[in-house]
Design a binder for this molecule. Structure first.
Ligand code: ADP
Length: 505
């Protein structure tokens, strides 16, 4: 890649107003993957302007017509899954099966949105008055601002944009600064599909570019996936403006509960996947394992053994389980939390934060390598390391005694409420957990990762408001109109309200 890649505004590749560029880096090797134009608020201003203009024509089309463009994108995602999976892995460091799964998930979301165009939209609703027809109808809201993170660089952008476009909104997208190459390909796909100018726009850049989208009065809807810190800032800014809406999906301090009735094979398997897949960098990754005292010693031995051996390496190799962290700053943050945990006095069981030289693949010395960090902590101690999201392979074992109520109490002892799992063979324990764990995504006898697009995705409490997923996103990007039509020459009101005009004369 020798050229400087550009923004996509009004159906054109443009350099924009900025003079700065930034590089995409392969986190496994440190090598540059390409140079990209860095967006500015002036570029956002241009993109929002054309998206606003294109909106009037785009909304007039039928949903089915709008979805036709997405079918082209769908086929491209399917045809290029292998190639794009490798690019995802190169740019964000997820091992190759995760790279491919990212592209497949994107295809599923596009398929869902395009297929949904031929399904009923809105509802027919009864009225008390026989002569009245009542409906719930949906209208698009206008320009949708989409701000996405690096860890699902193909899938999450389509989560945001596919449904928004089918529903008749236009889009201004600010991809993550760590994965601009994936973003370039997503934009090329919309270009290949011939989406009309202005309907889809992309401005590459950093947080200030995202903030310019959020602040623009012509953007009524903001979809955000990323950190709680940024998400809450966006939600606060948007909440202060009447008519604006933000749908934010943020992080978690997720847990797997392993009861005394657990099948320990499932428990260990689920815990390893929940904690270490994507090197702990999923918003649903687990950083707490809440384990009953009766099975604690055996579970601990088996989990520690797995964490000590889990294969860290070149993410392009099929025999790698964990790739690198995304960037040097993140390696520093994960290391700081390791140090903090030690300062807070936890019992460290595995510390592979600094890998041995022979664990790092040849030619990958400049990658951001880290292995699992596992420790035991008291669930009642007020520790930052068991309360704050690290976003890495940083896991606390929390031993509990007592019944399922106690396990769920520990599970809920966090500001977050995104994902969690219970491992148990006892359906009463499972049902109690299902009904009382404060979560948006809950799993039984499974890892707490592994969303599918047709399920709701999102959290409660500090983790967000649960909108950015297939069906729910429709709520975020449309307004509902309750529409009532009178078929009679008389005006009749519900609830027995008099429709008589009473006069004195
Ligand atoms: P992560 O920790 O996963 O990188 P962030 O919340 O930092 O999550 O970033 C997610 C997305 O939000 C990225 O596209 C980033 O550039 C963008 N972003 C960061 N700061 C802001 C901000 N103040 N306003 C809007 N978008 C922002």
């Amino acid at each position: 890649m020798a050229q400087t890649y550009q923004h996509y505004i009004d159906g054109e590749w443009v350099t924009g107003h900025g003079t700065e560029t930034f590089e995409s880096e392969n986190p496994a090797t440190g090598e540059s993957l390409g140079e990209f134009q860095q967006g500015t608020p002036a570029d956002v201003n241009d993109a929002v302007g054309v998206a606003d203009e294109a909106y009037e024509e785009w909304r007039k089309r039928s949903r089915i017509d709008r979805a036709e463009y997405l079918w082209d994108v769908y086929h491209e995602l399917r045809d290029r899954t292998e190639e794009l999976g490798e690019i995802v892995t190169k740019e964000c460091g997820k091992e190759i099966s995760e790279g491919r799964a990212d592209v497949v998930e994107a295809a599923h979301m596009v398929e869902w949105a395009a297929g949904d165009a031929r399904h009923p939209s809105g509802e027919t609703v009864p009225s008390e008055i026989a002569a009245k027809d009542a409906y719930m109808r949906r209208k698009p809201r206008g320009v949708t601002g989409c701000i996405t993170p690096w860890n699902f660089p193909i899938a999450i952008p389509y989560w945001h944009m596919a449904v928004a476009l089918v529903e008749g909104n236009t889009v201004v997208w600010k991809p993550a600064e760590q994965t601009p190459w994936c973003a370039q390909i997503v934009a090329e796909m919309f270009d290949d599909a011939g989406v009309p100018p202005g309907v889809f726009n992309m401005v590459q850049g950093f947080g200030d570019t995202g903030a310019a989208i959020v602040d623009d009065d012509r953007v009524p809807t903001v979809l955000f996936t990323g950190s709680a810190e940024v998400g809450h800032r966006i939600a606060d800014a948007v909440g202060a403006e009447s008519g604006k809406r933000a749908a934010c999906e943020m992080g978690g301090k997720n847990a797997v509960v392993i009861t005394e009735e657990a099948d320990l094979d499932i428990a260990v398997h689920s815990a390893v996947m929940s904690s270490f897949k994507t090197t702990g960098q999923r918003c649903v990754s687990s950083e707490r394992l809440i384990v009953h005292t009766d099975v604690y010693d055996e579970f601990k031995e088996r989990f520690v053994d797995a964490a000590s051996k889990v294969a860290v390496g070149d993410p392009l190799q099929e025999d790698t389980f964990m790739g690198p962290l995304i960037e040097a700053e993140h390696k520093a943050k994960v290391t700081e939390y390791r140090d903090l945990a030690r300062e807070e006095g936890v019992d460290v069981l595995v510390d592979r934060t600094e890998l041995d030289a022979d664990e790092i693949p040849d030619g990958h010395e400049d990658g951001h390598w880290v292995g699992p960090f596992v420790y035991e902590a008291d669930p009642d101690a007020d520790l930052r390391c068991t309360q704050e999201e690290v976003f890495g392979p940083h896991v606390a074992l929390l031993e509990y005694d007592g019944d399922i109520e106690r396990a769920v109490e520990i599970q809920n002892d966090t500001d977050y409420g995104l994902a969690g799992a219970i491992v148990s063979e006892d359906y009463r324990q499972i049902n109690y957990y299902r009904d009382h764990a404060e979560l948006g995504l809950a799993y039984g006898n499974l890892p707490c990762i592994g969303a599918e697009v047709q399920l709701p995705f999102g959290g409660v409490k500090k983790s967000g408001n649960g909108y950015p997923s297939a069906r729910e996103i429709i709520e975020a990007v449309t307004d509902r109109t309750a529409w009532t039509l009178n078929n009679s020459k008389e005006i009749q009101m519900a609830q027995g309200l008099s429709a008589d005009i009473i006069t004195d004369g």
